[in-house]
Design a protein around this ligand. Sequence first.
Ligand SMILES: [Zn+2]
Length: 295
Amino acid sequence: MNEPYIGRFAPSPTGPLHAGSLVAALASYLDARAHHGTWLVRIEDIDEGRAVPGAAEGILALLEQLGMHADGEIVWQSRRKALYQAAAERIALHTYPCGCNRREIADSRLGFAPDGAAIYPGTCRHGLAEGRSMRSLRLRVPDPGFDVISFQDRFAGEVTQRLSGESGDFVLKRADGFWAYQLAVVVDDAEQGVTDVVRGADLLDSTPRQIFLQRVLDVPTPRYLHVPVVRNELGEKLSKQTGALAVAPGDEQAAVAALSDATRFLGLQLAPVESLDAFWRAAVPAWANLLRERA
Ligand SMILES: [Zn+2]
């Protein structure tokens, strides 16, 4: 009997699906199918300022065209704000209002978290200074010595982060009024019963914060698998601007070619195939084999 498996692909609709996001989509889809599990698709449009009109629909249409069919309804973060609000209220004892602006935090010169956010010095931990008003809502992380989060990534191996030194108290609700990605992703994964997160390694450094937030919210921690990020010849992460997939509607050959490229990037050896059906018949067992070899 198989253990329950619920996986997901969670693109941000900031542009069309590109070669890098296809690798993440493919890995999550193959992992779910190899486990005879459920594969969900969630549109991470919580940052409504960055969402590009029509991008989500384009991504969903392309996934369908490539033969990656979601099990169950597509979920949109922009329609789930009540869930994030309720979660934040539930852990209110662990959060506090912060009145600092970006410049003030950068001026403390504690450096930057791996995702580029300035490490927060804790200025407002014990209350807002006189005359300051709330800009963002922050989650208090444990003091040094109690702040180490470690987890076993299925690809990357053991990952360890000291939250106090490497992120500081992090934002749950942003100064622009939107819920932060870290809160939305944790609430959604828990609410959707996700057991396995398979995504790009650009999110590896966010994972310890998400695990800490899961503990504060008292929800389960899924298994994680972070696949390498696709880079261009200059070593830069592919962006939505540079790596858009050239797959025209109805062009099965282009679909197979795009999937085959992504498969090779993931280290799977497949004989050339002519059709989408043949691709999926070969790719799912190849992924299962790869997992057995790595185990
Ligand atoms: Zn502050």
